[in-house]
Ligand binder design. Structure first.
Ligand code: FE2
Ligand code: FE2
Length: 347
């Protein structure tokens, strides 16, 4: 545990640091200048702050305000030493985030008792925060595992390969990154995109696995995979599955409104749906399927360019082409031959 002592009188700093030595596992750091102490706090997280009220350039209340404004420092105890008995000063101090007071001249025993209590409180707070972090990580891991199983179950029914799912989700993240989306959004898209076709579990084999062209009636049934996927995933409270539900629902919408199932147009189509549409079509074209050969890259490129503004959001198409080497790296990284069906590591 680290204790920070801020007092403009060297004697007080020395005395308090000396007292703190009585606590095992405690290091103390002393500053005469509160501005320097704030600088130290930006790099180092203390577990207890002991600060004098009356100091030259910055008083203990101003110090505490600046300290509390640092990210993650809301709950670190601050003990203020004051000779001032005025209630108004104490109220202001409490309002700015001071946890407790000691009155000057400081009684050694009282100081030790107060500091010990505050450090004990801090210790249990840290322990609790740690437990919460571990539990949250566990939940996230379980969620990813569940999604992995769900996607694998869908793969058994889907003629598309695991490599398709990996390439299209990485293409999707690639587009999101070129569009300037945050890393969190990029990762969310990467994790949610694999479930875009999960609704195919509800499509009869004679349609799903039909080698030839679908009749209009069969195509109407096939289109239902976007709605089924949405209904399956949207039943969850998980933000990741909610995003996946939106992608499943909207990845066949077209920019000009001629897509399905809702016939949404332009920016009425959620952004992730517009991004996945580009990634999914590009990969479907450039991969070999039981019923077709892979298109060559230039032909597929041209189809995306021609479709910008009609089938696809032109901004997403532009972002896709902005770093062509990046696209090729993804294509070569996840080759069909290198993957067994079910090999589904996303990152
Ligand atoms: Fe689909
Ligand atoms: Fe797909």
């Amino acid at each position: 545990m680290r204790v920070l002592v801020v007092d403009d009188a060297q004697m007080n700093v020395t005395l308090m640091r000396h007292l703190i030595k009585k606590f095992p596992d405690c290091e103390s750091f002393g500053f005469l200048d509160p501005i320097e102490a704030i600088g130290w706090c930006r790099e180092n997280e203390p577990d207890l702050v002991v600060v004098d009220y009356m100091m030259g350039e910055m008083d203990g209340i101003q110090f505490t305000q600046q300290f509390r404004a640092l990210p993650g420092y809301e709950d670190i105890p601050v003990l203020m030493i004051t000779a001032n008995h005025e209630t108004s000063v104490r109220h202001r101090a409490l309002g700015s985030g001071v946890t407790d007071f000691l009155t000057k001249p400081v009684d050694n025993e009282e100081f030790l008792a107060r500091a010990r209590n505050m450090l004990a409180l801090r210790k249990s707070y840290k322990h609790l925060a740690d437990e919460v972090r571990k539990a949250t990580a566990e939940i996230v891991a379980r969620e990813q595992e569940t999604i992995f199983c769900l996607s694998r179950a869908a793969e058994y029914r889907d003629p598309e390969t695991g490599a398709h799912i990996q390439r299209m989700s990485h293409y999707s993240r690639h587009i999101a990154s070129r569009m300037g989306l945050s890393v969190e959004q990029q990762d969310l898209l990467l994790e949610a995109a694999p479930m875009h076709d999960i609704g195919k579990v509800g499509i009869p084999d004679m349609i799903l696995l039909k080698p030839g062209k679908l009749t209009p009636e069969e195509f109407a049934v096939m289109q239902q995979h976007s709605v089924i996927g949405y209904q399956v995933l949207n039943a969850s409270q998980s933000p990741l599955l909610k995003v996946a539900a939106e992608i499943a629902h909207t990845h066949h919408e077209k920019y000009d409104g001629s897509g399905y199932p809702q016939g949404l147009a332009g920016e009425d189509i959620p952004l992730f749906g517009r991004i996945v549409a580009v990634a999914d079509v590009f990969d479907a074209l450039t991969s070999e399927r039981p019923y077709k050969k892979a298109w060559d890259i230039d032909k597929a490129r041209q189809l995306l360019l021609d479709g910008a503004g009609t089938h696809f959001d032109p901004v997403c198409v532009e972002a896709f082409f902005a770093d062509w080497d990046g696209v090729m790296r993804i294509k070569n990284r996840f080759m069909d031959d290198n993957l067994e069906i079910g090999d589904f590591t996303l990152k």
